[in-house]
Design a protein around this ligand. Structure first.
Ligand code: ADP
Ligand code: ADP
Length: 237
């Protein structure tokens, strides 16, 4: 369970990006975050993995604090959070398998060199994940030989290789065509359900959110203006 309490973020520039956001996400729930550009969606996601320091408020994951951690604990905490990105953030010259294994290193932003030795457990888990995302036949291909949809499948498998307690997903389908977008959303929601994994998905496409999300949180000017079932969503969120 992820819990955000009275979260506020005001940037140095004076931009009030989050204004008293309180949300809790139980295990297995997949939440779509919607709202106009500048509403605070990216800031919210970045506060949870602490790429952005909240001005006040608290965040906890499975009962453990995310806010107020020192450097070392921060790295350990980031390993508990799987990230999936709009532009996939794969290492293009590495194979699909190597990209998935790199998830074992933890947060991909700090990925530097491919030097770690992987256990046979890591490798068999990675094959299992590639099978789940439908890319078993592509394990040895380089990432740059894949289509957008295939890349995002690798991104999903890599995030799962980390065995996360939470997925943070930033515009996963923004670079994909509508049909591939639906396939990716179906995969993502299926995996979350199987693993009882909570997820927050920053999703621009409202119809796609309504089709696939269990719950929608609408942000506007840093405040929660809607929080409920997709079917209850009205025009204004
Ligand atoms: P969204 O993801 O919904 O488009 P953001 O979280 O990117 O919204 O932005 C929320 C507000 O915070 C906007 O007013 C934006 O200009 C501002 N903002 C975002 N990032 C920064 C930053 N690094 N420095 C200053 N202001 C920022
Ligand atoms: P997004 O697509 O997530 O809404 P943006 O295009 O708004 O992102 O912002 C791109 C980058 O610029 C992000 O790192 C964001 O934090 C930063 N940023 C956004 N708004 C501002 C701002 N007003 N001042 C400084 N940095 C900003």
């Amino acid at each position: 369970m992820l819990e955000l309490i009275s979260l506020k973020k005001t940037y140095k520039t004076g931009d009030k990006a989050l204004d008293n956001v309180t949300i809790s996400v139980p295990k297995g729930q997949i939440v779509g975050l919607i709202g106009p550009s500048g509403a605070g969606k990216s800031t919210l996601i970045r506060c949870i993995n602490r790429l952005v320091e909240p001005t006040s408020g608290s965040i906890s994951l499975s009962g453990r604090a995310v806010t107020g951690l020192g450097h070392r604990d921060l790295r350990a905490m980031r390993r508990r959070i799987g990230m999936i990105f709009q532009e996939y953030a794969l290492v293009e010259r590495l194979t699909v398998m190597e990209n998935v294994l790199s998830g074992r290193l933890g947060y991909v932003g700090f990925w530097t060199s491919f030097t770690r030795h992987y256990s046979s457990d890591d490798v068999s888990r990675a094959y299992h994940l590639l099978d789940r995302v439908g890319l078993l036949d592509h394990a040895d291909k380089r990432a740059d030989a894949l289509s957008g949809g295939q890349r995002q499948r690798v991104g999903i498998a890599r995030a799962l290789a980390q065995e996360p307690e939470l997925l943070l997903v930033d515009e996963p389908t923004a670079s994909l065509d509508p049909k591939t977008s639906r396939q990716i959303m179906r995969l993502l929601t299926g995996i979350c359900a199987e693993r009882d994994l909570p997820a927050i998905v920053n999703i621009h496409d409202v119809p796609l959110a309504q089709q696939f999300m269990q719950r929608i949180v609408g942000l506007r000017a840093g405040q929660v203006v809607f929080d409920g079932a997709p079917s209850d969503l009205t025009e204004d969120a």
